[in-house]
Design a binder for this molecule. Structure first.
Ligand SMILES: [Zn+2]
Length: 382
């Protein structure tokens, strides 16, 4: 199985120049072939790589200075973006701008020389440094208590945030034998607009005070930015401060989500969620489009973490169909009341058995039962 570790890196000035150059080259090639596709029609990455190695590389000598795997990875990313378009899971790929988050991806290459294995990417936790292609050793910070990772590095993503901080994310193939847990407990989870999570045991999670604090400060900063003269020195200063706040918000949200998903995957053996229903949330939620976007990102991150953490711990994770009417069914008598599809009442009142229960709790209990069904089905299949 795969596991990613993200470290903050501290490149020296020379390394910074090289990293920024690589961002530029990776972006240049991506945009070059996106433009080519726009004018000449779609070609897959294999064809683009062939074209690159025979022509573009020689016409643009600066491309030869950087790690060649980065270029290949960039073209695979372009192909992935078009696959998303063809599968109708994404829009038409856009040109990459240097004003957004900068990143490039490279793969680990192993060589054996005189019976000793060498890799172009190495992590040295003892001396707090990482070896990256063309950069050699770069200082790192993070994972203070981690002594050793039992696995092999597969690839590395080097990125620079708008705040000016550099990071590396290393993907490991972990050699860990996962023993399946014999399930003793089950939980259903409802994702909501009012409360982020409602568990079928009655536990609820909402944005914590740090997240709320940063959200407030971001709103204030946004208003401040709107008053500044666009392009002025103060404008850019304010913009950078805003980027720092966004980064802080993202970090505290991430930390919080990690804690929630850790707690849930420790406590329960079968974990059940719904799949994301993006459009409905935007219509139902009163919030503006931006905050729905953030909410969607939060939800997909929660689901992603629950999925890999339960796998890692040998537990079961199920996602039930989007069209399962979890909020319309009474969890006690199973009666379906279609009015709750549009009703925004916080309470679920059953017209058949008279039960009164919190709407999200009712939904999460239904989700739990659906998860139990899926688990039973998986036993039959085995
Ligand atoms: Zn009922």
């Amino acid at each position: 199985m795969y596991k990613a570790y993200k470290f903050r890196i501290y490149p020296n000035d020379e390394q910074k120049i090289f990293i920024n150059k690589t961002f530029g080259c990776s972006r240049y090639v991506y945009n070059y072939y996106l433009n080519k596709i726009k004018t000449e029609g779609y070609k897959n990455s294999y064809n683009n790589i062939k074209d690159y190695t025979s022509t573009l590389k020689y016409n643009s000598p600066f491309l030869q200075e950087i790690d060649s795997i980065v270029i290949r990875k960039s073209l695979f990313n372009l192909e992935a973006a078009f696959k998303k378009l063809f599968n109708k899971t994404g829009g038409y790929p856009k040109f990459k701008s240097k004003y957004n988050r900068n990143s490039y991806n490279t793969a680990a290459v192993n060589r054996i020389y005189k019976n000793k294995k060498y890799c172009n990417i190495e992590l040295d936790l003892e001396n707090k440094r990482v070896k990256l292609p063309k950069l050699k050793w770069v200082k790192i910070k993070g994972y203070r208590n981690l002594k050793k990772i039992n696995g092999e590095i597969k690839n590395a993503t080097i990125s620079k945030e708008a705040t000016g901080k550099y990071y590396v994310s290393l993907l490991f193939e972990i050699d860990k034998k996962i023993e399946k847990v014999d399930p003793q407990s089950i939980v259903g989870i409802d994702l909501g607009v009012k409360k982020i999570l409602t568990l079928s045991d009655g536990t609820t999670y909402d944005n914590n005070k740090y997240i709320l604090k940063y959200e407030k400060r971001i709103k204030r900063k946004q208003r401040e930015l709107a008053r500044k003269v666009k392009g002025s020195k103060n404008y850019y200063k304010c913009k950078k401060e805003l980027a720092v706040l966004y980064n802080k918000l993202a970090n505290s949200r991430k930390y919080y989500i990690h804690k929630i998903t850790k707690d849930i995957t420790c406590e329960y053996d079968i974990i059940t969620c719904e799949k994301l229903k993006t459009n409905e949330m935007i219509i139902n939620g009163k919030e503006n489009k931006l905050s729905s976007k953030i909410q969607d990102a939060t939800f997909s991150e929660i689901l992603r973490q629950l999925s890999y953490k339960s796998k890692y711990k040998g537990k079961e994770f199920f996602q039930i169909d989007t069209y399962y009417p979890s909020s319309q069914i009474c969890c006690r008598c199973n009666n379906q009341n279609k009015e709750y599809k549009v009703l925004t009442k916080r309470e679920y009142q059953c017209i058949k058995c008279g039960q009164e229960i919190d709407r999200d709790l009712n939904a999460s209990i239904n989700i739990m039962f659906e998860g139990l069904k899926l688990y039973m089905e998986s036993l039959i299949r085995c």
